[in-house]
Each structure stands twice: as structure tokens, then as C-alpha cells.
Design a protein around this ligand. Structure first.
Ligand code: NAD
Ligand code: TYD
Length: 343
């Protein structure tokens, strides 16, 4: 069945990759990107589809109910896919307000419009809602124990989605993805930050001992999973998406430096992030039963991503000036450098 999707946050990293996937795969589908264009939104990410008649762009905020209503009615939307969020943990520690507004109130606004117009609703969530997992892997039924303002705002969104399904019988689905890497990721996140710092001859600020574990997955794999869940997922359910294997940040840095043929001397251990979740890992058997498998290991995903940044300086060099410099100074300027990070 051809769909018309409202893709909120579609000018960001994962949203843009998802828009490319949908327009490439489904000739009958139409996509309305609805995006506020915050510092993380970038129309360059959608330049390739700008002239596609099946694509429309709306510049607006998901907290603006009238704007969401107008987009939905004007374009005959049948499905809302919500990628729009404030998405960076470090920013949520220094400035949490925008996270509550967009990730909680914005999600609520979208759910209200979906309810009123009888639309399907998909929420793009994160494994961070489970909080730190000392061992084993988080399953979808595990308690949500978020520990950063970002994770808490995403968990609140998940709970609202669930409540709307139960209370109003709405058709909802949720995916909880692990750390994505790939083209168009804003260089505040660790892999593009470290790749571009290394390419510029700068240092790689590893938080603490660097033995925290993350499941770095290829963004294209994640987008395929979201697409499958939107089309085949059971209403009311959440699905974890990841490779199922987590690696340490030090292992990630080694793959990154080896791909660039750069020295380990670029590594600089710095003061840790407050409340830093030591380990995330998800059980992906539920989405595998739906018919999806990850195509890249974390190491393959990181190496492929680093190569994209090598090949696309025209995308990231303009971003790493201006406002980005101010952010970098604020987040890293006063962080102590650790002489013996394991101590
Ligand atoms: P991103 O920060 O790159 O992009 C977010 C996009 O949302 C931007 O285009 C921004 O302009 C837009 N936006 C922000 N506030 C908005 C608002 N109020 N109204 C309309 N648009 C708004 O984020 P991303 O990394 O692409 O993440 C997308 C989604 O996936 C988020 O919901 C995030 O929580 C989730 N997620 C991300 C990861 C990851 O590793 N990046 C992993 C799992 C889940
Ligand atoms: P990040 O990309 O911010 O994603 P998240 O915190 O949502 O998992 O960070 C990934 C990992 O890298 C996380 O353990 C924090 C660590 N990290 C650093 O060591 N240095 C950095 O400069 C950044 C941004 C992250």
C-alpha cells in the first residue's frame, strides 16, 4: 500500500538516511519532511532528493500543533514517523530544557494530531532508555531506567506512545536503536567528531578510561529496521535495533585511527561525562523474528563511516566552524586531561 509519511526530523542524520531509503525503495510513496532546522538539521542532507516530486519540505516545530495539523491535512499524510529530537547527551547535561520541549512535549503534540486524524504513529527511540546494563542485553520488556536528561526525555516519549496505544487504541510502534554511525552525522557525536578531529590534526578526547561499551551500528541497517517495523510491526510493540554486540570506545578509536592510518598518540583521555552510562547492549531477537538482520558489525560500520568523512570534507568542514567552535569550547575547554585514566 503506498504511503504518505510525515518524517519529522528528516533533515537530521538518521531521518535523512531514512528519507533516501524510502524514496529509493518505494516508487509510489510520498515523503513530507517536517523539520525545525536546529543546529543539527541540514538541508544538504536532502539535496539529492530536493527535486523529487514525491518529496516536500516543511520548515516548522513539532511543538506547533497548528503547523503539524496543516502539514498532515494539506499533504494527505497517513503515517507519522518521529525522528525529531534533541539527541546529544552532552548538550542535555548542560542545557536540558530543549530536550523536554521537543522530546516530550513535541512527541505529545504529534500523538495528539495522529489521534485526531487516525494516523499510524512510529516513534524512533533509543537503547539509552534502558540505562546502564552491567551484563547481558536489554529486552523490550525490561524496565526503563534512563540516567541522562536525554535518555529520560526519550523514555517519556516512549511511555506517552504506549499510553496512547492503550488508551485510544492508536496504531503505534517504537524502535529502540543503538548508537548509529554513517553519512550526515553531526560531528558532535563521537565517531564523526574523532574522525574529523584526526583529519584536522587535532586530539581525540576520550572520556575517562574509554572502556565504556556501545553497539555502533550502520545507519542504513537501522533505517531498514525502522521501515520494516512501520510496515510489518505489531501495533503497541517496541523493537530493539542493533548488531547485538557492543565494543569499547577504545576499540572504536583503534578502528577509526587504523582506517585513517593515524597514530594512537592522538588519543587524549579527559575528564569523564557526569552520569556516563558504562554499557549498553540490546537483545535483537524480537526484530530478527520479524525478518531483519544487521548487515554490518560495529567495526565495519565505524570503518565505513570514517571513509565517508574522508571522502566528504565539503559536508563537514563548514559545520565545524562558527557555532560549532563555541559548543566545542564549552564542552571540552575546561575538561581536565587525565594522566592515568584507569586510576
Ligand atoms: P539529529 O540531532 O541528527 O537530528 C535531529 C533532527 O530533528 C534535526 O534535523 C533537527 O533540526 C530536528 N528537530 C529538532 N528539534 C525539532 C523540533 N522541535 N521540531 C522539528 N524538528 C526538530 O538526530 P539523529 O541522530 O538523526 O536522531 C534521530 C532520532 O533517532 C532521534 O529521535 C534520536 O533520539 C534517535 N536515535 C538516535 C541515535 C543515534 O545514534 N544518533 C540512536 C538511536 C536513536
Ligand atoms: P555519543 O556519540 O555522544 O553517544 P551516546 O553518549 O549517546 O552513546 O558518545 C558515544 C560514546 O563515546 C559514549 O560512551 C561517550 C563517548 N565519548 C567520548 O569518549 N568522547 C567524546 O568526545 C564524545 C562526544 C563521546
Amino acid at each position: 500500500m503506498p504511503r504518505t509519511m510525515l518524517v519529522t526530523g528528516g533533515a537530521g542524520f538518521i531521518g535523512a538516511n531514512f528519507v533516501h531509503l524510502v524514496l529509493r525503495t518505494y516508487p509510489q510513496d510520498r515523503v513530507v519532511v517536517f523539520d525545525k532546522l536546529t543546529y543539527a538539521g541540514n538541508l544538504e542532507n536532502l539535496a539529492e532528493v530536493a527535486d523529487d516530486p514525491r518529496y516536500t519540505f516543511v520548515h516548522a516545530d513539532i511543538c506547533d500543533r497548528a503547523a503539524v495539523e496543516q502539514a498532515v491535512t494539506e499533504h494527505g499524510v497517513d503515517t507519522i514517523v518521529n525522528f525529531a529530537a534533541e539527541s546529544h547527551v552532552d548538550r542535555s547535561i548542560t542545557e536540558p530544557d530543549a530536550f523536554i520541549k521537543t522530546d516530550v512535549n513535541g512527541t505529545h503534540t504529534l500523538l495528539e494530531v495522529a489521534r485526531e486524524h487516525g494516523l499510524r504513529y512510529h516513534q524512533v527511540s533509543t537503547d539509552e532508555v534502558y540505562g546502564h546494563v552491567a551484563d547481558g542485553a536489554s529486552a523490550e520488556g525490561d524496565p526503563l531506567e534512563p540516567r541522562s536528561p536525554y535518555a529520560a526525555s526519550k523514555a517519556a516519549g516512549d511511555l506517552l506512545v504506549h499510553a496512547y496505544h492503550v488508551t485510544y487504541g492508536m496504531h503505534t510502534t517504537i524502535t529502540r536503536g543503538t548508537n548509529n554511525v554513517g553519512p550526515f552525522q553531526y560531528p558532535e557525536k563521537v565517531v564523526p567528531l574523532f574522525a574529523t578531529n584526526a583529519l584536522e590534526g587535532g586530539r581525540l578526547p576520550v572520556y575517562g578510561d574509554g572502556l565504556q561499551e556501545r553497539d555502533y551500528q550502520w545507519v542504513g541497517d537501522h533505517c531498514e529496521a525502522i521501515d520494516l517495523v512501520i510496515r510489518e510491526g505489531v501495533s503497541g510493540e517496541a523493537y530493539n535495533v542493533g548488531t547485538g554486540t557492543s565494543i569499547t570506545n577504545m576499540a572504536m578509536v583503534e578502528v577509526l585511527l587504523d582506517t585513517l592510518d593515524k597514530s594512537r598518540d592522538l588519543i587524549q583521555h579527559v575528564e569523564d561525562r557526569p552520569g556516563h552510562d558504562r554499557r549498553y547492549c540490546v537483545d535483537v531477537s524480537k526484530i530478527e523474528k520479524l525478518g531483519w538482520t544487521s548487515r554490518h558489525t560495529p567495526r565495519e560500520a565505524i570503518a565505513r563511516t570514517v571513509q565517508w568523512y574522508v571522502d566528504n570534507p565539503g559536508w563537514w568542514e563548514p559545520i565545524k566552524s562558527g557555532a560549532f567552535r563555541e559548543y566545542y569550547e564549552k564542552n571540552y575547554g575546561s575538561r581536565a586531561v587525565l594522566e592515568s585514566p584507569g586510576a
